[in-house]
Design a protein around this ligand. Structure first.
Ligand SMILES: [Zn+2]
Ligand SMILES: [Zn+2]
Length: 231
């Protein structure tokens, strides 16, 4: 990735999903909270970055599925940071449960049906009352980070992306980098809305994307899948 950025972006692997730490000196934010009981992974990443839990000013949830919000309660207790979520999913977080999304392809469609049935049990996590619930663009400069949060609905109604220094976007499940030929997520509640969100991310000229699943990738890969899906 581009050198010389002030805001360092570090990936924390929280089992199947990624969380991201963004730090500017000693001020930092965390994006997503992984699966349940993954706070040790977070603490190890902090240590590597020579940060302490109190340096985390804010925890942003890209959405409230259990693989992104699983450890939120534990991380809130460890860091005492403020918790931010989109308004549309504030009640999911407060209940510790978010409905399983619709499948976008045949296999995920079957998985989604099974997931919906099982989600009542496996999809639960310790709930948290959010401190900040947003519905539009949100500036991160008061938290010491050169960036902002942008609503990018589609995967879920309250999906958020975090744009750092105008060209790096941490996107949760709005983009999936686990398939060879596509970054289209296997699950999305609103497929048309999802493509509108992709258009937004392309229009603001983001160059690098950090997905909730899989490795970061460059703009061309998103552009290619976008053109294919718009056909
Ligand atoms: Zn998700
Ligand atoms: Zn996910």
């Amino acid at each position: 990735m581009k050198e010389g950025r002030q805001n360092r972006i570090t990936t924390i692997r929280m089992m199947t999903s990624n969380a991201y730490l963004v730090a500017n000196g000693k001020r930092a934010i965390l994006i997503d909270a992984g699966m349940k009981k993954k706070e040790k992974k977070f603490l190890a990443a902090l240590e590597q970055m020579q940060l302490s839990p109190q340096d985390i000013q804010l925890i942003i949830l890209t959405h409230t599925h259990y693989d992104h919000a699983g450890s939120i309660k534990a991380l809130q207790e460890i860091t005492k940071a403020k918790i931010l979520v989109h308004k549309a999913e504030a009640s999911c977080l407060a209940q510790g449960h978010c409905a399983f999304p619709k499948g976008t392809m045949w296999f995920p469609k079957i998985m989604s049906a099974i997931g919906r049935a099982l989600n009542k049990w496996v999809g639960r996590y310790a709930p948290v009352a959010p401190d900040i619930a947003i519905a539009k663009r949100f500036d991160l400069r008061p938290f010491g980070i050169d960036g902002y949060i942008l609503p990018t609905p589609g995967h879920t109604a309250g999906s958020l992306s975090v744009v750092i220094e105008d060209n790096h976007a941490i996107v949760g499940d709005t983009l999936f980098n686990v398939f060879k030929h596509s970054v289209y997520p296997p699950y999305a509640n609103d497929r048309e809305g999802l493509l509108k969100s992709w258009k937004k991310l392309l229009e603001i000229r983001c160059e690098y994307f950090y997905p909730g699943h899989g490795k970061p990738f460059a703009r061309e890969r998103l552009q290619k899948t976008y053109v294919e899906k718009k056909r």
